[in-house]
Design a protein around this ligand. Structure first.
Ligand code: GDP
Ligand code: GDP
Length: 441
């Protein structure tokens, strides 16, 4: 399943502060940088990310520092850490070769051993050292044979992943639709946004259950439905939350669940309670969905019972907060009353179509030529950057490969300009666009 549909393994990074967790996180998630960098204003999540290695995808969670001054870390952060650990298929416990074995490391190791989790000790900052000598003193942690790396230099990180994936089970297919041509949707949003109400509306009596089928997924509930005779599968994360009775409102597991749902989907549907608007958490989910290259639509629910005036105000507020996501359709529905659903499904279809758009090399090259003619890339050190032609490198998300000279000197602003031009030219609304640059000099 090249374009998703599998439950991804989750790798959690733990360790004392400053051992190099975020450096390792960045290295493991680097493959997605190109996409995010070309999305105006989209910031990468510093804690959660998607990684890929030799064709295998995974989720990485940086739990931040644990084990040091636990009292100083608020209980919320600790709960997040515990949740990430609970959810992880593998914990990489990062230690610092240069500092050597510290009491804090032992405390963390104790805790992990009690959890009974699969743990691999990663001895970081061991550049220039033979593994055997770097690892020596960390055997004392009692967590098996350590693995020496340098996160900063990348030494033995690829081998680490080979090693890790040799042991992790093959990803399981998450959603098995009866109709393989069904468009897969992930429904994300905060508690009480109205997700279950929407699913009930859409699925109705037709509820054809892939739901809770054994072995399908531990992460979401999937239902199949038809709209206008077209088949869909909707993966809804709400049911899980109910069952796991997470009561603190933080939804401790929700980010990983949401990432798994986005992985499985072709179109992410982010549902908001119109009165609550677009929260920081919602934006985080959008960032992650875009980072994974998913098409998306934003739904403002509970549109009923609002005056014209209130609607206009709430709409304006959401549009203002959307900022970088202004290419995503914004829909107004009442899941309760079933109004606005046709427009919503039309928008989903359009975003899906944009995400899978086919663009020929002459069309793309022409669009590039027009864009450059209207606004040439600024010269850098007196030399013009040349953009010669473009071809399509992939779909879902649309990937445009641009050939030229010195493209590494293009500013982020100019790349955003190009994305905007391609978007308008090919009507690619509702999906992120990935640009890839190739130099011929
Ligand atoms: P975290 O607090 O565990 O997330 O640690 P960071 O990733 O922020 O790294 C802490 C410091 O260690 C930074 O100054 C990094 O540049 C440095 N660092 C990380 N990895 C390596 C490495 O492989 N070798 C060396 N020499 N320094 C590293
Ligand atoms: P979930 O947690 O996102 O699954 O949200 P629910 O579907 O359980 O809905 C939360 C509450 O919002 C319930 O009391 C619903 O009846 C209510 N609700 C859902 N959709 C609408 C709507 O369109 N209008 C109004 N007024 N209430 C709604």
């Amino acid at each position: 399943m090249a374009d998703g549909g599998a439950v991804l393994p989750v790798i959690a990074l733990v360790g004392r502060p400053n051992v190099g967790k975020s450096t390792l996180f960045n290295r493991l998630t680097r493959s997605r940088d190109a996409l995010v960098a070309d999305q105006p204003g989209v910031t990468r999540d510093r804690q959660y990310g998607f990684g890929a290695h030799a064709g295998r995808r995974f989720i990485v969670v940086d739990t931040g520092g644990i084990g040091q001054d636990d009292e100083d870390i608020d209980t919320r952060a600790l709960a997040q850490t515990d949740a990430a650990l609970e959810e992880a298929d593998l914990v990489l416990m990062v230690v610092d070769y240069r500092q050597g074995l510290m009491a804090g490391d032992e405390a963390i190791a104790d805790r992990l051993r009690r959890n009974g989790q699969r743990v691999l000790v990663v001895v970081n900052k061991s550049e220039g050292q033979a593994s055997v000598s770097a690892n020596a003193e960390f055997h004392a942690l009692g967590l098996g044979e350590p693995w020496a790396i340098s996160a900063e230099h990348g030494d033995r990180v690829g081998l680490l992943l080979d090693h890790v994936f040799a042991d992790l089970p093959e990803p399981r297919a998450a959603v098995r639709a009866h109709r393989p041509d069904a468009i897969r949707l992930a429904l994300l949003g905060r508690p009480n946004a109205g997700k279950s109400t929407l699913v009930n509306r859409l699925v109705g009596d037709e509820r054809m259950l892939t739901q809770d089928a054994p072995g399908t997924t531990r992460d979401a509930v999937a239902s199949e439905f038809f709209f206008d005779d077209k088949p869909y599968v909707i993966v809804d994360t709400a049911g899980i939350r109910r069952r796991s009775k997470v009561d603190d409102g933080i939804e401790k597991l929700s980010v990983i669940k949401a990432m798994q749902a986005a992985e499985q989907a072709q179109v992410v549907v982010l549902m908001l309670d119109a009165r609550a608007g677009l929260s920081t958490q919602d934006i985080r989910l959008l960032n992650l969905a875009v980072e994974r290259g998913r098409a998306a639509v934003i739904v403002l629910n509970k549109w009923d019972g609002l005056s014209e005036d209130e609607r206009a105000k709430l709409h304006a507020k959401v549009v203002e907060r959307m900022g970088a996501f202004d290419y995503l359709p914004l829909l107004f529905v009442s899941a309760l009353h079933g109004s606005g659903l046709r427009d919503l499904m039309d928008a989903i279809q359009a975003s899906y179509a944009a995400s899978f758009a086919e663009m020929s090399t002459p069309q793309l090259s022409r669009a590039l030529e027009d864009a450059v003619a209207a606004h040439a890339p600024p010269a850098v050190h007196g030399r013009r950057i040349k953009l010669r032609f473009a071809h399509q490198g992939g779909r879902n998300p649309p990937t445009i490969v641009i050939h030229g000279n010195q493209t590494q000197r293009l500013s982020a602003e100019y790349k955003r300009y190009l994305v905007r031009r391609f978007r308008e030219h090919f009507n690619l609304f509702g999906t992120p666009i990935q640009l890839v640059f190739k130099n011929s000099d």
